[in-house]
Write a new protein. Structure first.
Length: 123
């Protein structure tokens, strides 16, 4: 959004996404800005199907939000990559898998959710 509409609009978009995530999360969920325009959310006690459903709910809520840029209304979309932690994994391994899922979501058309399947990984 920064490249097309400028940093001020990009900042408004980031704040809008952050507010949407915060307002639609449980008190036990941890949300942090992870990079320039990336957020990381730690959600506990969800199976893979529930994780996908929560991620899809986040995606849909963000998609319904809009911001003003002068006379124009701009809609925001997000791509979401998710994974489940396995016993013995460190944070770097978990985030690498989530990042790979995010990359898959972006490559498959954006505004999508991809939750990896750790059972499909090869040892």
């Amino acid at each position: 959004m920064n490249d097309t509409h400028g940093h001020a609009i990009g900042d408004i978009a980031l704040r809008t996404v952050a507010r949407t995530l915060l307002e639609s999360s449980r008190a036990s969920d941890e949300i942090a800005r992870f990079g320039g325009e990336e957020f990381a959310i730690t959600i506990v006690d969800l199976d893979r199907a529930s994780l996908r459903a929560v991620a899809e709910r986040y995606r849909a809520l963000v998609e319904r939000s809009a911001i003003r840029a002068g006379a124009r209304e701009l809609h925001i979309t997000v791509s979401i990559g998710g994974t489940q932690a396995s016993v013995g994994e460190d944070a770097a391994e978990i985030f690498a898998r989530a990042d790979a899922a995010l990359y898959d979501a972006k490559q498959s058309g954006r505004n999508r959710v991809v939750v990896d399947d750790p059972r499909a990984a090869t040892p």
